[in-house]
Design a protein around this ligand. Structure first.
Ligand code: CU1
Length: 531
């Protein structure tokens, strides 16, 4: 690493080995994008474990028919907090962590545009997480209303609901501030020669995601604020008795909620679009069409929200509009999947752990997309609404989609981030265990849903027992497999072999993801310095 680059990018790492007060203060006050990226990623992992334990409580209860592990109230609190924590605490911060690490280096910027704002964006998160956890310990406990926080149930909940609303405001602030930072950095701080259409695709997906966040998060803030005033200040936005409408809540929530799906998915697409070219030793196929497909998905994501609400009693015209608009999203998504496969076509493929997770993503995310297409069809959705089919569908998108992409990204960039290699054999074990247990957990949930098992209910008739047992066994296997991931990362950091300059045998992470035009820099560690 050159002295200049070290000064620009490596600041802070010199203090790595100071413990105690200075060590703590360094992480609290850091304005370095790499430090903040690391904080985001570790925070995300901790939340992933917390949300994961909640998932296991749910699966333990559903292992057998009858009530045995938890009472229905606590079960509802688990489904609610599992969802909120995984979406806002685990998945979103993971990709903001990737953004912090990668975007400045990929576009040749010395750091993020607003370095101190960046620090604040991160440090808001632990307080939001604390509020969510705290809600379990107040009278009435956490709100057991589902992560969607539907009215009118939310109006009747205890003070835990208010803590949750406050937490969502803070999470939203963090996301909006982070997005402003990402947009400003990408639009203003690219190195000379780094035009927008030369950026690695990961930067494009985050630029578009950041706009989605700025547009969608305030809508969620509005929804929970209206809930708050309905609860405490005598408004009746969602109360029919006062002239309001509970369905209004669902419209507002899903106007945020559907773009949120793509806020999670687009950065995952970005990671996959870096990993697949690298391990195919070919530039990304159809770069421009990838950019346009990403933008098209983002725009379409704002006009499909009511596909979550086919059963509320909307006019057939409305159902048809939202059905056609939703099926339209399959077109740009298909363009992406085609381009990933075409990138691999006749490439010099190797199958290290990041590529395994990327290919796993490709298969399973595409399957989640297809079940999404199934659910977009009104007559089918009316049958499957609020069943385990829906749960299976979005876990293919969230776990095998977003989480597998995050794993691909961690294994791919860990050598660059830490200077050390992870244990490839153990990495492959982590992939195969995750792949197998994921499918044991979630594939069978399609059958449960098709047979009519409702979601968010702690008990079920005997006929659902077999698949539930299998699903629960899979879930515990999946959970345990993630401890292996923690071990692999810690082992790499502490005693991993020194990583070569280009760890992937000629497939440096940047060279192969650009258009043929030479990028302003080729090596990760020697980013140009802006004069
Ligand atoms: Cu949706």
């Amino acid at each position: 690493m050159s002295a200049v680059a070290d000064h620009v990018h490596g600041h802070g790492h010199a203090h790595d080995h100071h413990g105690g007060y200075r060590g703590v203060m360094r992480w609290i006050t850091t304005t370095n994008h790499k430090d903040i990226g690391t904080l985001y990623l570790w925070f995300s992992f901790v939340m992933f474990m917390v949300g994961g334990v909640m998932a296991l409580v749910i699966r333990a209860e559903l292992f057998s028919p009858g009530l045995q592990v938890v009472d229905p109230d606590f079960f509802n609190q688990m489904t609610t907090m599992h969802g909120l924590i995984m979406v806002f605490g685990a998945i979103m911060p993971a990709f903001v962590g990737f953004a912090n690490w990668q975007i400045p280096m990929m576009i040749g910027a010395p750091d993020m545009a607003f370095a101190r704002l960046n620090n604040w964006s991160f440090w808001l998160l632990p307080f939001a997480a604390l509020l969510l956890i705290l809600s379990f310990f107040v009278p009435g406990g956490a709100p057991g209303v589902g992560w969607t926080l539907y009215a009118p149930l939310t109006v009747q909940m205890g003070i835990g609901m208010d803590l949750t609303i406050f937490a969502i405001h803070i999470l939203g602030m963090s996301s909006i501030l982070g997005s402003i930072n990402i947009i400003t950095t990408i639009l203003n701080m690219r190195a000379p020669g780094m035009t927008l259409m030369k950026m690695p695709l990961f930067c494009w997906t985050w630029l578009i995601t950041a706009y989605l966040l700025v547009a969608a998060m305030p809508v969620l803030a509005g929804a929970v604020t209206m809930t708050l005033t309905d609860r405490h200040f005598g408004t009746t936005f969602f109360n029919a008795a006062g002239g309001g409408d509970p369905v209004l809540y669902q419209h507002i929530f899903w106007f945020f909620g559907h773009p949120e799906v793509y806020i999670i998915a687009l950065p995952a697409f970005g990671v996959i679009s870096q990993v697949i070219p690298a391990f195919s030793r070919k530039p990304l196929f159809g770069y421009a069409s990838m950019v346009y497909a990403t933008a098209a998905i983002a725009i379409l994501s704002f006009i499909v929200w009511a596909h979550h609400m086919y059963t509320v009693g909307m006019p057939v015209t409305g159902q048809l509009f939202f059905m056609y608009a939703t099926t339209l999203i399959a077109v740009p998504t298909g363009v992406k999947v085609f381009n990933w496969v075409a990138t691999m076509w006749r490439g010099s493929l190797t199958f290290e752990t990041p590529m395994l997770f990327a290919i796993g993503f490709l298969f399973l995310f595409t399957m989640g997309g297809f079940t999404g297409l199934v659910l977009s069809l009104v007559p089918i959705d009316i049958q499957l609404h609020d069943t385990y089919y829906v749960v299976a569908h979005f876990h293919y998108v969230m776990v095998a989609g977003a989480l597998f992409a995050a794993f691909a990204g961690v294994y791919f960039w860990l050598p660059k981030w830490t200077g050390r290699m992870y244990d490839e054999t153990l990495g492959k074990w982590h992939f195969w265990l995750s792949m197998i247990f994921f499918n044991i957990t979630f594939f069978v949930q399609h059958f449960l849903g098709l047979a009519g098992m409702p979601r968010r209910i702690p008990d079920y008739p005997l006929m659902f027992e077999t698949w539930n047992k299998i699903s629960s066994i899979g879930a515990f296997g999946f959970g345990l497999s993630q401890l292996l991931f923690l071990y692999i990362v810690l082992k790499a950091i502490r005693s991993g072999e020194k990583a070569p300059e280009k760890p992937w045998e000629g497939a440096d992470s940047l060279e192969w993801t650009h258009l043929p035009t030479p990028a302003p820099y080729h090596s990760f560690e020697t980013a140009p310095v802006l004069k």
